[in-house]
Design a protein around this ligand. Structure first.
Ligand code: M6R
Length: 357
């Protein structure tokens, strides 16, 4: 039920702090510590390489997950678009573990890969919002997102839930491998929940930005570096699927290798900066597009903000910034679509779950 909300999408964006708190609750043991099932721990410890298989938004969560798992648990990870892997399978190592990320658990592209790798004798884990779903039933292990039903076609709370669960999986594996980490993921997630809440309280400001920057444009760019680049891919997907504005997520440094030719007077460029070591380089990339007439909307994290930035997000642990930085982008997409009279919850040509290959 939508309750007092005009759209499911807005309701689901607002639910994200509760989902973060629910995940904290569900994944801690009686002692208040993070602990995943022993068989999942074992499977992660034994794997010599992980393959994340997903589509759309879930693929974008997988990109963030790769970084979390490689940095924290020190296992190499490949992320694959499900529809590509099915017909273009890479060379596999001796003990791979496959991680399927799917909100619905019913996506046909991922199912085709699951069938294939099972035939090859490999193990699979599914991270899903629907534990009884096909991908969950057919995999060896399941991690539940606990996001509650997601109705809007544009995925929002499932994306942040996927990243949160991937972060917990990464930390749990690091713990199982006795690697030393200097943060408590459950505490950090609680800080994230509060930060998201602070952002969803600023809808009016974001609505204004959506009107100013995206009100009439036909195209737009989202640029970031490092993990911010992955969030930009997701921010761009949100905008294009519900507002029909052409939107491209780009690695900031890659623009000058061709795409910058598309920047003209007034082209909106949303730039994201949450990572200290790339704050300077991404700001140089912003300068490059501004010089060519772009209308830059800079979203920065507290501590890295500069005069002229359009929006600042509260500071959270550097590994978890995607959980927070995506929220203004979700809201930008929502308000841009609203102002263009688009059907926010049911965009044209799209279905909530894609059950054909
Ligand atoms: O249910 P899944 O997570 O497998 O769905 C994957 C994609 O179809 C889905 O994320 C799609 O990209 C969304 N409409 C994005 O908002």
């Amino acid at each position: 039920e939508k309750g007092t909300y005009p759209h499911f999408m807005l309701k689901e964006i607002d639910e994200q702090p509760f989902v973060m708190r629910k995940i904290i609750q569900e994944y801690k043991n009686e002692k208040g510590e993070l602990k995943l099932d022993e068989d999942i721990r074992q499977a992660m410890k034994e794997a010599d390489r992980l393959h994340i298989i997903a589509s759309g938004t879930s693929y974008h969560a997988g990109l963030v997950g790769k970084q979390l798992i490689e940095n924290l648990a020190e296992i190499p990870v490949e992320v694959h678009v499900a529809s590509e892997f099915a017909y273009n399978t890479p060379l596999l190592s001796k003990k791979p573990l496959f991680i399927f990320i799917s909100q619905s658990g019913e996506t046909a592209d991922a199912r085709a890969v699951l069938v294939k790798i099972k035939k090859l004798g490999h193990k699979a884990m599914t991270i899903t919002n629907v534990p009884g779903s096909t991908l969950s039933r057919e995999a060896n292990y399941t991690l539940h997102l606990h996001a509650g039903p997601e109705i809007a076609v544009a995925s929002t709370k499932a994306y942040t839930a996927q990243i949160a669960v991937l972060a917990l999986l990464a930390v749990d594996t690091a713990n199982a491998k006795q690697l030393k980490l200097d943060f408590d993921p459950l505490q950090e997630l609680a800080i994230v929940a509060n930060a998201i809440e602070a952002l969803t309280d600023q809808k009016e400001a974001i609505e204004e930005l959506a009107k100013d920057y995206l009100g009439t444009t036909r195209n737009s760019f989202f640029i970031g570096r490092n993990v911010d680049y992955y969030v930009c891919l997701e921010g761009a997907l949100k905008l294009k699927e519900i507002s029909y504005i052409q939107a491209e997520g780009f690695a900031g440094g890659e623009l000058k290798h061709g795409t910058i030719a598309l920047i003209e007077e007034g082209t909106p460029v949303v730039a994201l900066t949450t990572q200290k070591d790339v704050n300077h380089p991404i700001r140089s990339n912003v300068q490059e597009v501004v010089t060519r007439g772009a209308n830059a909307l800079i979203i920065s994290m507290e501590g890295l903000e500069q005069e002229g930035d359009a929006f600042t997000i509260p500071q959270v642990h550097e590994a978890l910034t995607p959980l927070v930085s995506i929220v203004p982008m979700q809201l930008l997409a929502y308000y841009a679509a609203l102002h263009r009279d688009c059907d926010v919850d049911k965009p044209r040509n799209l279905a909530k779950s894609v059950t054909v290959e």
